[in-house]
Design a protein around this ligand. Structure first.
Ligand code: OSB
Ligand code: MG
Length: 369
């Protein structure tokens, strides 16, 4: 698979509803897309870095620069046998995992096409359908929060995740739990609390949450282990898991009992599969997180979610929750049972709509040898 050219594009897409978390508010997404051209094949990757370095230290502009100056030049003109060979090619560059993942995942897409198999199969997927949950941003009032939950429960989603922060937590959880005593419910603090909040967080045990996602610092798993000892509810780690070694260290320390895997956060499919395997060896379930992806990243999350240890509903939901019109055909749809069918056709299983991508593109750069 000789890499003839890499086309970088930034697309700008307005969200249908603003998304509010403890780290900030997102109304428009700026997304870096990678198009690989190889011997007549075209493959795609999506960089999940945000508009600002608020979730992690990456943002679209750092990803753009590092891709153009450091990562793409290491791949262009090279003959790459498999997606698994990409991490070693990019190893000299420290960090920048979301930028690396977009390139690596595009190579996996290419490999699936060249081999004539579904991307999910190439990754080792075993599921025909994946279980879907939703992540609901913080709302201006508890009434509006309840209306959002009602919409998503009615749509069939199997797990509702509530974004929270100090001052917007217990009262809101109580209101949701009172109205829906039996649904699978979780929360995500995106690092908004400190260990001194342990008693407060322990008081949430009464809400019977499936998990509390990344309550403490984005780069910590030592203090998460201290917190996990003081609460009954399972901690789920997101931000702090950068690779399989982190997963092993965190699980051996007891920092959490569930892992959220985001393929961009860990630097690509190869590492995501390694994290999945470490969790499985520890008897720890995983689920696939989301980063407000366009259809390309969404399709790639669906393929990853088909691996066996993705046994909890993920944050991979329907295109229409985010976009008035997605960039893929067909759009991602979720059944009334809260499931997405894993495509069995060759490659990612969703066509990229070039007309739509062109309309949304605000900058473009074609890199060749
Ligand atoms: O922490 O899981 C998170 C979105 C952007 C950044 C971080 C997170 C999220 C979400 C939304 O929770 C998941 C989605 O619907 O894509
Ligand atoms: Mg999270």
């Amino acid at each position: 698979m000789k890499i003839d050219a890499i086309v970088m594009r930034e697309i700008k897409m307005p969200l249908v509803h603003p998304f509010v978390t403890s780290f900030g508010k997102t109304t428009d997404r700026r997304i870096l897309l990678i198009e690989l051209q190889s011997e007549g094949f075209t493959a795609w990757g999506e960089c999940v870095a945000g508009e600002h370095p608020y979730f992690s230290d990456e943002m679209i502009d750092t990803a753009w620069t590092i891709t153009e100056q450091e990562l793409a030049p290491r791949m262009i003109g090279k003959d790459i046998a498999t997606g698994r060979d990409v991490p070693a090619m990019l190893l000299q560059v420290r960090g920048h995992r979301m930028a690396k993942a977009a390139l690596e995942n595009a190579v996996w897409d290419l490999e699936a096409q060249v081999k004539g198999i579904a991307l999910a199969k190439l990754l080792g997927g075993t599921r025909d359908v994946i279980a879907c949950g939703v992540s609901i941003g913080m709302q201006p009032s508890i009434e509006e929060q309840l209306r959002k939950v009602e919409t998503e429960v009615a749509a069939g989603y199997q797990r509702i995740k509530l974004k929270c922060q100090p001052g917007y937590d217990s009262k809101m959880f109580a209101a949701v739990r009172e109205r829906w005593p039996d649904i699978l419910l979780s929360c995500d603090a995106n690092s908004a609390y400190q260990l001194s909040d342990a008693d407060h967080i322990a008081s949430w045990d009464e809400f019977k949450l499936l998990m509390i996602e990344q309550p403490l610092w984005y780069d910590d798993f030592y203090f998460h282990a201290q917190l996990q000892k003081r609460i009954n509810t399972a901690i789920c780690l997101d931000e702090c898991i950068r690779n399989a070694r982190d997963a092993q260290a965190a699980l051996e320390l007891g920092s959490g009992r569930i892992l959220n895997i985001k393929v961009g956060r860990v630097g690509g499919y190869t590492e995501a599969i390694a994290v999945h395997d470490v969790a499985q060896q520890h008897g720890v379930p995983v689920w696939c997180g989301g980063m407000l992806e366009s259809g390309i990243g969404r399709a790639q999350n669906i393929a990853l979610s088909s691996l066996p240890n993705f046994s909890l509903p993920g944050d991979v939901s329907a295109s229409k929750r985010y976009w008035s019109e997605d960039i893929i055909d067909p759009e991602v749809t979720v059944s009334s049972a809260g499931e997405i069918v894993v495509p069995t056709s060759v490659g990612r299983g969703y066509e990229v709509r070039r007309d739509r991508v062109d309309t949304l593109t605000v900058r473009q750069q074609r890199l060749t040898k």
